[in-house]
Design a protein around this ligand. Structure first.
Ligand code: GLA
Length: 393
């Protein structure tokens, strides 16, 4: 196991904002500075979103003569170090992107074979987080070799850098991510701003990822310092977002209010890294209120760091839960169907660790508290959830 300078790094799932879903390859240093200002002004930083990550396309078409990465001369003309400083000055942390291959997914130069050199550049620039993708030529090396080369390089620089492994869950990174120094690893392929994608188009919709997370029994790999990552948030995005326009996916409409609530509730129940991906300068109140809901975020950031799992399925309804610190438990009642449905369960079904005569249930989205003898019930709209926090009295 590599030390990665990182005892104490990512002890709860990292939270932040990443440029990809809204800007895709059209990202500039100005967009990043605006995003930094917006994270502060909108209250997202104070709600916990601290890492500001520039995704693909920040680099020049070629490496310099020594093999170093260079910022793109037109879109990042001031250089990376001043940008990192701008971000740090606003009480945020700075993340950057490269790939464990010869090129990035958008065909810019990447880091395979130059891990030490690039890790040193990142450290010198003041980088706090590296998202490391899986594109380009792998030169015959398997994923563990490629990802451990960067993990080792990051461990050797004199700076704490959160290491986000992005190989789309292809080589079961939950089995080796921690051992190569990773703090989070994508469990699934790219998320798109769509409820459900068909298999002929690019990416996975919200409900597709929920299904994969139920099928892959990977929760034992998840916990403080190393997290399964079902990909970044699409809350606030739709057909006009950068990634929706770039990738080969048909998006006719944005997610409905219920679908966005479901998306965010599940990511919190998974204990997923929460990387917002919407255009913060265009954010409406609905999106801001969803992304900054303290009770939902507290479930995501719960110190036990347990990933929520599916406890039951009945027709098109599902019961999910996540054990929390202090003998509490978070519950989702999920209605996948097209009609309003009553959903019912009891404390015996969910991950409530103790028996009690009565429990207090806190309904997060309706902001209501009620007492129960253990029965949990809600009327749930199509594609919506009831999201609750239960504690024994
Ligand atoms: C891959 C990753 C995405 C994004 C793009 C950038 O598809 O999975 O999250 O980083 O590359 O090109």
């Amino acid at each position: 196991m590599f030390a990665n300078g990182g005892l104490g790094l990512a002890t709860t799932p990292p939270m932040g904002w990443n440029s990809w879903n809204s800007f895709s390859c059209d990202v500039t240093e100005e967009d990043i500075r605006t995003a930094a200002d917006q994270l502060v002004e909108t209250g997202l930083r104070d709600a916990g979103y601290e890492y500001l990550v520039v995704d693909d396309c920040w680099m020049a078409e070629t490496l310099d003569d020594d093999g170093r990465l260079r910022p793109h001369p037109e879109t990042f003309p001031s250089g990376i170090e001043p940008l990192a400083e701008y971000i740090h000055d606003r009480g945020l942390k700075f993340g950057i992107y490269s790939s464990a291959g010869t090129r990035t997914c958008q065909d810019y130069p990447a880091s395979l074979g130059r891990e030490g050199l690039h890790a040193q550049q990142f450290a010198d620039w003041g980088v706090d987080y590296l998202k490391y993708d899986n594109c380009g030529d792998h030169r015959g090396k398997d994923a563990i070799a490629r990802y451990s080369a960067m993990g080792k390089a990051l461990a050797e620089v004199d700076r704490d850098i959160v290491y986000s492994i992005c190989e789309w869950g292809e080589n079961e990174p939950w089995l080796w991510g921690r051992n190569v120094g990773g703090h989070l690893w994508r469990s699934t392929f790219d998320i798109v701003a769509k409820w459900s994608a068909n298999r002929f188009e690019f990416g996975l919709g919200i409900v597709d990822i929920i299904d994969r997370m139920a099928e892959r029994t990977i929760e034992s790999s998840h916990g403080p310092g190393g997290w399964n990552d079902p990909d970044m948030l699409q809350v606030g995005n739709g057909p006009d977002s950068g990634q929706s326009e770039l990738e080969d996916v048909a998006i006719e409409r944005g997610l409905t209010e219920a679908e966005e609530r479901t998306h965010f509730s599940f990511w919190c129940l998974f204990g997923a890294p929460l990387m917002a991906g919407n255009d913060l300068a265009e954010m409406d109140d609905r999106t801001r209120e969803l992304l900054t809901n303290e009770d939902a975020i507290a479930i995501d950031q719960d110190p036990l760091g347990i990933q929520g799992t599916r406890d039951g399925v009945l027709d098109e309804t599902e019961i999910w839960s996540k054990r929390l610190a202090g003998d509490e438990c978070a519950v989702i009642l999920f209605n996948r169907s097209e009609s309003t449905t009553d959903i019912e369960t009891t404390v015996e079904t969910v991950d409530m660790p103790v028996d009690a005569e009565t429990y207090t249930a806190w309904d997060i989205w309706n902001d209501e508290v009620f007492e129960t003898d253990g029965r949990i019930h809600a009327t749930v709209e199509p594609h919506d959830v009831a999201f609750m926090r239960l504690s024994p009295e």
